[in-house]
Write a protein that binds this ligand. Structure first.
Ligand code: GLU
Length: 303
């Protein structure tokens, strides 16, 4: 018998939920609950300069308002630093991390150097400190030594995906120069620790998945299944930010909550019934058809 599904929603508490994050919450809830599985909520609050006080509680109240009930305790990444440190230690023992002395300015200079025959692709770490830091330069960030070759997975919605992380990204940061553990490391440690079997999230994170699989292999963790949901774009075609279409709880009338949830379900290609948020979700859960989820982003006309 297949293992019981464990899904999760992992918002960063940098502001109130917006339509895009509501779609991720509802989509991950539908995948997990329609399979009779559990649905966990994790606050990704490691990036302390960006965390907004009170945002985590507001997100939880908003989920409650939409009838999205989670299982167990909400996990806060800020309470789990010892686990990330332990993972870093495993990687270090395997020789898979190194201290990097490069500043942003150093990296920008390498990427734009005119005399390079092989100009570095912007954003790809050129490997400057891979075999040792320049003399006298202290380590700032810690990088993961990415093994060469392709990492491949089958997205449940978008199909096969393959990336040579060493060429497309290079050795990436697992602990930042300004202190926090990087999202890529923390998400892998937590998905494994919480027994997550399916990662359902916005398509903006598709490009992180191969990096996460590389880390899972290095740490000996299982790889969950992945489904990347349609992004919600603003009227100008860019990803909807926290400032656009935010769904602040106090302003949300019952009427508005229903119509917003109905829109989120339609963005997911489901055909919502009229009713309270709880009734809409329960009906959508019973009739959930992942094949109806559009592969294209949704362009919001003004919310
Ligand atoms: N915390 C991330 C975000 O809010 C999501 C991470 C994930 O689902 O893997 O964009």
């Amino acid at each position: 018998m297949p293992a019981r599904a464990v899904g999760r929603f992992a918002p960063s508490p940098t502001g109130p939920l917006h339509l895009g994050s509501l779609v991720a919450a509802v989509g991950s809830w539908l995948f997990a609950r329609s399979a009779g599985g559990s649905w966990l909520v994790r606050m990704e609050d490691l990036d302390t300069p960006r965390v907004v006080p009170g945002a985590a509680d507001e997100i939880l109240r908003t989920l409650g308002r939409y009838g999205l009930a989670w299982d167990g305790e909400v996990v806060h990444q800020s309470q789990r630093l010892a686990h990330y440190e332990a993972a870093l230690e495993i990687l270090l023992k395997k020789g898979l991390t190194y201290g990097c002395a490069c500043t942003r300015a150093d990296l920008a200079r390498v990427a734009s150097a005119p005399d390079r025959n092989d100009p570095a692709t912007p954003g790809v770490y050129p490997g400057t400190c891979r075999d040792g830091r320049p003399a006298g330069k202290p380590a700032r960030a810690i990088r993961f030594r990415v093994p060469p070759g392709f990492f491949t997975f089958e997205d449940l919605l978008l199909g096969p995906f393959s990336e040579d992380v060493s060429a497309a990204v290079g050795d990436f940061v697992v602990k930042r120069a300004d202190g926090p553990f990087a999202y890529q490391l923390a998400v892998v440690v937590d998905d494994a620790a919480e027994g997550v079997t399916e990662v359902v999230r916005g398509a903006d994170l598709l490009s992180s998945t191969a990096r996460q699989i590389a880390l899972q292999r290095a740490l000996g963790d299982a790889t969950p299944s992945y489904a990347h949901l349609p992004l919600v774009l603003g009227p100008d075609g860019t990803k909807l930010g926290k400032r656009d279409g935010a769904l602040p709880l106090p302003a949300l009338s019952e009427e508005r909550a229903r119509s917003t949830l109905s829109l989120a379900l339609r963005i997911l290609g489901q055909n919502p019934v009229d009713g309270t948020p709880g009734e809409m979700l329960e009906d959508a859960r019973r009739r959930f058809d992942p094949r109806a989820i559009p592969r294209e982003p949704f362009r919001a006309g003004g919310i």
